[in-house]
Design a protein. Structure first.
Lengths: 201, 114
């Protein structure tokens, strides 16, 4: 089973030696040893970042490592775990930069209508052509879990009430401030997914 | 945590470096879900994602056998069934990749060739 903490330096170095030796089992064992702690590390390091982006970064880092273990230089990073953390953090930053480029130059940037906008509170989604919105909806249904999908539907409908989002996310048992914080996190997460789903222009 | 490994094992199915794609192709041909595949191979279900994330056995016959044995030993598998599954998976994936070439071979056969 996956662990929640990184293996010791000695265990990581032994595993690395097996990877270098071409042991077929080592790749699987490395994934088992590092994946969960790597994802947990990225969550702590980037607490506001989209969960899927963090998992993708951890996945990419590990896959690249087990396929090309010779790229890891023990002289620079005596602990393979530290090397993987650094590499995964770089992947997250690169993904952020790519998404930042997607945001610039887009007509549609902000879906949240808190505080109003130049349309007087109406959803900015009217800027999206109807067929584009339908395509995004179908793409979202393939890749987003049901709770986030419901959040997306509410955003598309222009829903503003936090209580409605809280109900969709089953947050009724939480105190009001926590409901608001969780609703905001869900909206931010969905918006990020929204821009990642949008076809490249 | 197990879901994270399962997700990763699924993601790498298209990567020939890993066993995952080979086992997925075999399981698909036998209509086996993960539980069925684990039972067939004789491994624990919770070990299946880790097995899938191992390196695929090399092509060279001697190396193939050594790699398959290493996997079977580590996960306490039925080695013969693992070897069979990997070989079947390879054939399936090669057939998928061959596509038109496979059809061309048939055409030559219909012309009276061997």
């Amino acid at each position: 089973m996956s662990r929640s903490s990184f293996p010791s330096r000695e265990d990581a170095q032994a595993l690395h030696a097996r990877l270098l030796a071409g042991n077929p089992v080592a790749a699987g064992l490395a994934c088992e040893a590092f994946l969960a702690p790597l994802i947990a590390h990225l969550r702590r390091r980037f607490p506001e970042e989209d969960e899927h982006l963090l998992e993708d970064a951890a996945d990419m880092t590990l896959v690249n490592y087990v396929k090309r273990p010779e790229k890891y230089d023990p002289a620079r990073h005596p602990d393979p775990g530290a090397y993987l953390r650094m590499d995964a953090e770089g992947d997250v930053r690169n993904s952020r930069k790519r998404e930042g480029k997607h945001h610039r130059g887009r007509e549609l940037v902000e879906l949240d209508t808190v505080g109003g906008n130049e349309d007087g509170g109406a959803p900015l989604l009217r800027l999206i052509r109807e067929e584009e919105r339908e395509g995004l909806r179908r793409a979202a249904e393939r890749t987003i879990d049901s709770a986030d999908l419901e959040v997306m539907r509410l955003l598309m409908a222009g829903e503003k009430a936090t209580a409605v989002y809280a109900a969709a996310l089953n947050l009724g048992h939480l105190p009001q401030p926590e409901q608001e914080a969780e609703v905001k996190r869900a909206k931010d997460r969905v918006k990020k997914r929204w821009t990642r789903l949008k076809p490249h222009g | 945590m197990a879901d994270q490994l399962t997700n990763l094992a699924t993601k790498v199915e298209g990567d020939p470096f890993f066993v995952s794609g080979l086992l997925a192709a075999f399981a698909g041909s036998e209509r086996l879900d993960d539980a069925g595949l684990a039972e067939h191979l004789g491994c624990r279900l919770e070990d299946l994602p880790i097995l899938k994330l191992c390196r695929a056995p090399r092509d060279d016959p001697a190396a193939f056998r050594a790699d398959a044995d290493a996997l079977a030993t580590r996960f306490d598998l039925d080695a013969a069934r693992l070897i069979d599954a990997v070989r079947c998976g390879r054939v399936i994936l090669r057939q998928r990749g061959a596509g038109p070439l496979f059809l061309a071979a048939r055409d030559r056969g219909e012309g009276g060739g061997p």
